[in-house]
Write a protein that binds this ligand. Sequence first.
Ligand code: ZN
Length: 344
Amino acid sequence: MQALVLEKTRLLRLREIAIDEPLGPHDVRVRIHTVGVCGSDVHYYQHGAIGPFVVRAPMVLGHEASGVVEETGPAVTTLRPGDRVCMEPGIPDPNSRATRLGLYNLDPAVRFWATPPVHGCLRPTVVHPEAFTFKLPDNVGFGEGAMVEPLAVGLHAAGKARLKPGDVAVVLGAGPIGTLTALAALAGGCSRVFITDVQPAKLALAATLGPITPVNVREQNPGEVVRAATGGWGADVVFEATGMPEAAAQAIDVLCPGGCAVFIGMPGAPVPFDIVAAQVKEARIETIFRYAHVYPRALALLGSGKLNVRPLITDHFAFADSIAAFDYACNMKPGSVKVQIELA
Ligand code: ZN
């Protein structure tokens, strides 16, 4: 089949590749419709590795996908050909200790699309387990379906924060994950969200999506802005979504006493962290790695209209222009948030 293949660092090809995918009894074959370009895909393209994951052989990119069920295995009961679906890209070992504990995202044996050596989904069809394939509500389009993957990260972070109705949150970083986390925080009960970035266009877009206050860190100090707006108290929750060491090091500053910090972004190097600053607030520190069984909640929120991701899908490319899409994603316009590639 024709696929977008990362041959090695900085070399992409749209070419034929043989992928042997027998349809197991509990599997479905899905014709891919839309694939979002993720920061991790771009990182593999530019650098050939993320932490311990190194691209050593040609690998198909892409893990944020929606499509249409084409064929079902004999034991599949909940899906049928023609169903519009999105797919969770990480498949754990169902019998692993992590999976049995409900922590399947932490299963060391998890096979995740476009994480070496596993091929991704920028290709015409994939075979996927029924249990990790989710029907789209009728009013949710393929573009939104392909946004469920990054949205699941934000919802998992909101869950880890244990939000209460009326909480004030700060999201550091207005990229796709930061902006989706802001929407997840509002859906989870926050009364308002402050979002930080250095790109005025990204902040301006975020500010149109709800009670979201933009803070340009080139001009304002987030801690001062948040304290001024909360009678000096601070935010109940901070979500770190920049992955920048400087931002991560200062996350505790915006928090109120007893607040919670959730670290989403992955800094490329160890970050100095002021433990005393966290202790004097008795800050609760949470971290996330991907998500576990959040897709049904994400689809319920999209289907109900309570959460709208459409304004974040800013750029569209045809499959034939996939390499151009990646080159664009490496150097996006400031107002661009999510690039998607359409195969159908
Ligand atoms: Zn992603």
